[in-house]
Design a protein around this ligand. Structure first.
Ligand code: ADP
Ligand code: ZN
Length: 868
């Protein structure tokens, strides 16, 4: 009988630790089980990775016993446990932190019960497990009051800034970010800067309304063909054990033999990329029960081609086989429609995992999957870790979307990891997109993904929209007076309004004006903590005393009480150049610049608009550029008969997003203005005009994927037009009509773009033609950060792979955003043709981490997406 357990504890150390198994726990201490154990002077809940007979090579008196077992059945299924270990090794992430992603918070009641049983003597470290349960939720809302300058600092200042930037928040949510949030909020309330409001916990918005069951439509030819291929792959999976879930007999053996357990850093299986781990590349390394013939597909279908129907059909097949399915979507709050379609087809036995869930709800969802009561999970990136029973299918919708990459903590890519998890679990994986990532196209070319095509829109009458380019160098401002609303766009809007159609206007800059510039010396106002321009936000509330001509548009929110920021009537837009009123100047007509604030989009700083330039002190500041707030106001004034809505992160919150989309669907909004959020997969039948206000803004980012992202954005937003019988039109305004991203998008030539972009990437040696790892450091002291990156870069260069030139070491250099939240940022990029050498070089850097000063934060980003 094994006498030791290898346990991962939730601390940022990569190796697990050995604990002795007391005889009375022998039956319960199994891989995947949560156990209470002493760690230093704390008691922590850890997860058993493996069991072992052999004593570890340390002083036996230092091996402590396991203090208690939390779950009667292992919390993590064997399949998931093995996958998590592999993920940890792949990303050089501490196993304890990875496990945390997959485990629900411990219920307070559970812990109490354990205490009552006298299961443990010392205090349990519950710092992580707070905020569970409770029917009431305490909200903090910012007031309009201003603090006397210099009275706030630390977390109180930060919490207030966050509340002002993103609106009211549950206090529990704030606590996830700021340890002292509760105290800070109390203090702020005492100063009249926030109000506190206790509310009933809202019911999950995704289940608020009943859904009428539907029956699947008859698939068109292309859909049927794709569905057949997926069905065949599902049929070829090894037989399932049925509903063996928590008590799966395989639980012990298969996880125990996982190569990653016990020594993640040295794991060899994780050295291969998830992409390379398809059947052709390697035989299954782990003893997963059903790895006979797993298959992975790329469902490449134009926008509106009925990909979702194919997913639904695949899930139905999977369920009929007694297996579970997992679907990932970019941002679940943006696609309530997808959930509605799932509920209509499969009923409410669905785990919808989203960030708005309370811990108690999340726990309930998790349990329903873990016990096998529910077998379908849908959610954003983090749904990757859902304990779906007998996993048979993973679907990744809009696989190209950047939100699948987690950009903090464990920096995993949910799409790449979906391929890995499916492969290891012996499940089928389907990636879907109208604009596949170059990575996925490369996998198709290498035969690792099977491509399935849906070349046409599903509705018989629907065709792809006509796309016109508007060259902004040739067209000046239309009647609105704003250069970014050209005459052709203005006319197209008029026509669509006349036809009672709906319009989407896309602009990927939020706020009112993206920058504030001094007309005297040219200085741009920047954030004091970040090397980033401050954005002017005019704020949300219209002055109620002065109803302008927009009361008509306000009528759309009649019957709607309370604030719905995206729909409040915008104040009239300013004409011509916008100057900040000089100090002391106090008239009524400069109301335009009253009440607004400057905000940093990176650190949540908010502050008043200064009246003098911070560099030369001249009273000549002007607003520059166009953001969604200003676009909304300008449009509302130019088209007073239209009902205008706005969708961007300033408006959003899952509920409000859904409310706005519902209004759009109900025909209560004529023109929807917004950022990326309007480009996501909405199926809005009456939209016939899409205007891309400034295509160039997306293309000028210093990132080798800028063209790819810009292209995806253009095709996706264009794909919102003409999805039914009425033909759609798209106007793309640009100063670069020849840019490949623009030209190919205008021609609906996705393949043409991909082909060309692949050639470009090959020429410069970027992914998918190479492998990257980005090493980032930041520190409060610039020189300390610079020294640290220098040392890490040198370590990479002098590693055997670096010396042999199997790995290129690019840099070090300052990051494009050189300072963020008062920390100076530097980076070095490692590049290699093969995964193996790259890993070895990264491992050398990883080891050197220990010799770096503690004020330096070091991030190792494998397969980086965000390059800023
Ligand atoms: P995608 O996910 O590719 O953007 P959707 O699955 O949302 O496309 O399909 C677009 C529209 O076409 C939806 O309204 C959907 O109900 C409809 N649709 C899909 N497949 C069919 C079909 N076979 N017959 C009729 N309508 C369909
Ligand atoms: Zn900032």
């Amino acid at each position: 009988m094994p006498s030791y357990a290898v346990v991962a504890v939730p601390v940022p150390l990569s190796q697990p630790f050995h604990y002795a198994i007391p005889a009375h726990f022998a039956a319960e201490v199994r891989p995947g089980a949560r156990v209470l154990c002493e760690f230093g002077r704390r008691r922590l809940v850890g997860v058993v990775l493996t069991l072992s007979d052999r004593a570890p090579p340390v002083d036996p008196t230092r091996i402590k016993p396991i203090a208690a077992v939390v779950d009667p059945e292992p919390a993590l299924p064997a399949e998931l446990l093995a996958f998590l270990q592999e993920l940890a090794a792949y990303y050089f992430a501490p196993i304890g932190e990875v496990l945390r992603l997959a485990l629900p918070a411990l219920e307070r009641d559970q812990v109490k019960a354990m205490s009552a049983k006298g299961a443990f003597g010392g205090p349990l470290d519950l710092a992580r497990q707070k905020q569970v349960g409770g029917r009431k939720v305490l909200f903090a809302c910012p007031t309009d009051a201003l603090e006397p300058p210099g009275t706030l600092r630390g977390q109180a200042a930060a919490v207030l800034a966050l509340l002002r930037a993103s609106g009211e928040q549950p206090v529990a949510r704030l606590e996830e970010r700021f340890k002292a949030a509760r105290a800070a909020v109390k203090k702020l309330a005492g100063m009249g800067l926030v109000t506190l409001d206790e509310r009933e916990r809202p019911r999950d918005p995704f289940f608020r309304l009943p859904e009428t069951p539907d029956s699947p439509p008859e698939l068109n030819e292309a859909q049927a063909l794709a569905a057949e291929r997926i069905d065949a792959a599902l049929a070829a999976l090894a037989p399932t054990a049925g509903f063996a879930v928590a008590s799966s007999p395989a639980a012990g053996s298969s996880a125990a033999s996982s190569p990653a357990a016990g020594s993640p850093a040295a794991s060899s299986s994780a050295a291969s990329s998830p992409a390379a781990s398809s059947p052709a590349a390697s035989s299954p390394a782990t003893g997963s029960s059903a790895a006979s013939s797993p298959a992975a597909f790329l469902l490449f279908g134009v926008t509106g081609s009925g990909k979702t129907e194919v997913y639904l059909r695949a899930i139905a097949t999977c369920l009929a086989q007694g297996r579970g399915a997992l679907m990932m979507v970019p941002e679940i709050a943006l696609t309530p429609q997808v959930v509605a379609r799932f509920r209509a087809r499969f009923g409410d036995d669905l785990a919808v995992l989203h960030s708005g869930l309370s811990d108690a709800d999340r726990h309930a969802m998790w349990t329903s999957l873990r016990t096998g009561r529910v077998r379908v999970a849908i959610g954003a990136r983090s749904a990757l870790f859902a304990p779906v029973p007998d996993l048979g299918l993973i679907l990744v919708d809009e696989e190209h979307d950047g939100s699948f990459k987690q950009e903090e903590g464990v920096r995993y890519h949910a799409r790449d990891m979906a391929l890995l998890r499916a492969y290891r679990a012996g499940a089928v994986c389907v990636l879907g997109s109208a604009t596949p990532s170059l990575e996925s196209i490369a996998l198709v070319r290498r035969g690792k993904l099977t491509e399935l095509r849906l070349p046409e829109r599903a509705h018989r009458e629907a065709t792809l929209p006509e796309v016109h380019l508007v060259d902004l160098r040739k067209f000046g401002a239309g009647p609105s007076g704003d250069k970014l609303i050209s005459l052709p766009l203005h006319r197209a809007i008029e026509q669509a309004l006349k036809a009672k159609d709906q319009i989407i206007l896309f602009l990927n800059r939020r706020g009112f004006a993206p920058s504030v510039v001094c007309e005297a010396c040219g200085t741009v106002e920047t954030c004091a903590s970040c090397s980033v321009a401050l954005t002017y936000h005019r704020g949300r509330r219209a002055p109620r005393a002065t109803p302008g001509p927009h009361v008509a548009s306000a009528a759309l929110s009649s019957g709607q009480t309370g604030e719905l920021p995206g729909l409040t009537p915008p104040r009239p837009p300013p004409r011509g150049k916008l100057l900040v009123p000089p100090p002391g100047h106090d008239t009524d007509d400069d109301h335009v610049l009253r009440g607004g604030r400057l905000r940093c989009h990176y650190c949540d700083y908010t502050g008043p608009l200064p009246d003098r330039c911070s560099a030369c002190n001249a009273p000549s500041l002007a607003l520059e550029g166009l953001g969604t707030e200003r676009l909304e106001a300008t449009i509302a004034e130019s088209f007073p008969e239209a009902r205008v809505g706005r969708l961007d992160r300033d408006v959003a919150g899952a509920d409000k997003t859904e409310a706005i989309l519902n209004r759009m669907r109900a025909g209560e909004i004529d023109i929807l203005v917004g950022t990326q959020m309007v480009t996501k997969g909405h199926d809005l039948p009456s939209v016939t005009l899409v205007g891309v206000v400034n295509a160039d803004a997306a293309l000028s980012i210093p990132d080798f994927r800028a063209a790819e992202r810009g292209f995806q954005l253009l095709v996706q937003v264009a794909g919102r037009a003409g999805r039914r019988d009425r033909p759609g039109r798209v106007l793309i305004q640009t100063r670069n009509p020849q840019h490949p991203a623009v030209a190919f998008a205008a021609a609906h030539d996705v393949e043409g773009f991909l082909r060309r972009e692949l050639v470009d990437r090959q020429e410069v040696g970027y992914p998918p033609y190479s492998r990257l790892a980005l090493i980032r450091v930041d520190a409060p002291d610039e020189q300390v950060a610079r020294d640290a990156i220098g040392l890490l870069a040198a370590r990479a260069r002098t590693s055997p792979e670096g010396l042999a030139r199997r790995v290129d070491v690019l840099g070090p250099s300052a990051a494009p955003i050189a300072k963020l939240r008062n920390r100076y940022r530097f980076r070095v990029l490692l590049r290699a043709d093969e995964r193996g050498p790259l890993r070895a070089a990264v491992a050398a850097v990883n080891e050197a981490k220990n010799s770096i000063e503690r004020s330096v934060r070091i991030v190792i980003d494998i397969d980086p997406v965000a390059m800023l």
